[in-house]
Design a protein around this ligand. Structure first.
Ligand code: MG
Length: 335
């Protein structure tokens, strides 16, 4: 049996987040606390993004309320698959996966986030100076005629040996995706993320076609929202990259096992969760057995209340940084 508690958070963003679904001004979610009879305590972060296809916050909260103050471990692990965020949070509160060697892992590089449009050009120098070598630029925000010519201007700003990731968040149709991929060929573009919307008509064949027709790798983000998506794309022989947001993934541990087995290229990424969820997601990233790609956790400062950011955006994250995130302090801050 576990003693169970949950607290709701409303955290205004440091700056509103622009998405294809509108402007997002505050992060809402739940922190969970589980205390085992033995006295061991674990925490979890339920951070849904409904337009990615997760459960709603209200649905997750209703399940938490139904647990009551005391809950048996089998009730915690017997939730329907669609509660992906709650399942992730409970998994982290239950303390899986254990990694006795965690503290000895090498630091992992982090990708620096650049604003959309021309504003990115002015941001590169300071981030390069800070030590970042992978940069991520949001595209598909403006008209292609305005945006595409900026690519070479931006590449000219990058330090030697740097890599650029483009994230279209599904904004393009086939013609636009092809024009971008033609331009990216023979340029230092590490990958183009989600050029076609996950729910576009024929998206699967379009994405496979683009991946085979152009040399720049393509990454799936919105297309891999649960373990079922991961296994489906693996069975299709997806040749590109998988962007994983563990906080949205449900049984992230299982998905990661499949990806490791297939020797797939994986980028671990933030879902704009609090430091509690970030800690659990980064533990999975450090445990990943595969080629380490720069982490998609260069997102801060994220919240007005910076205690919930956990880590200040830095070019590398070390295991000690992750262990230093004090979940109990954040839990208490909501009390
Ligand atoms: Mg993305």
């Amino acid at each position: 049996m576990f003693h169970f508690g949950f607290r709701r958070y409303h955290l205004p963003f440091h700056q509103p987040v622009r998405t294809a679904y509108g402007v997002w001004t505050e992060r809402e979610g739940l922190l969970l606390r589980l205390e085992h009879e033995s006295g061991a305590v674990g925490f979890g972060d339920v951070a849904p993004i409904e337009w990615f296809g997760t459960e709603t916050l209200a649905e997750a909260e209703e399940v938490c309320r139904s647990f009551g103050d005391h809950v048996a471990s089998d009730a915690l692990t017997r939730l329907p698959d669609r509660f992906t965020c709650l399942r992730f949070a409970l998994g982290s509160a239950l303390g899986e996966p254990g990694d006795p060697d965690f503290e000895n892992k090498k630091a992992l590089p982090v990708a620096a986030w650049l604003s959309a449009g021309r504003a990115a050009l002015d941001q590169v120098a300071a981030k390069a100076e800070a030590g970042f070598r992978t940069f991520k630029w949001k595209v598909g925000v403006a008209d292609i005629a305005d945006e595409l010519p900026l690519l070479d201007d931006l590449i000219a700003e990058l330090p030697n040996g740097a890599k650029l990731r483009l994230d279209a968040n599904g904004a393009w149709d086939r013609r636009r995706a092809e024009r971008w991929l033609e331009r990216c060929a023979e340029r230092p573009v590490e990958f183009v993320e989600q050029p076609i919307a996950a729910d576009a008509k024929g998206a699967q064949d379009l994405l496979l076609g683009l991946a085979h027709d152009y040399p720049t790798p393509i990454a799936l983000d919105e297309s891999v929202m649960n373990t079922g998506d991961v296994t489906r794309w693996l069975s299709l022989g997806w040749p590109g990259i998988f962007v994983l947001k563990p906080a949205l993934l449900g049984d992230a541990v299982e998905a990661i096992r499949f990806l490791e087995k297939a020797r797939a290229a994986v980028v671990f990424s933030s879902a704009l969760e609090t430091a509690v969820g970030m800690k659990a997601a980064l533990r999975l990233a450090f445990a990943f057995r595969g080629e380490p790609r720069a982490l998609g956790f260069g997102v801060g400062p994220l919240f007005q209340d910076q205690r919930f950011d956990g880590l200040y955006p830095a070019p590398f994250i070390r295991p000690q940084d992750v262990l230093g995130i004090d979940e109990e302090a954040l839990w208490n801050a909501l009390g």
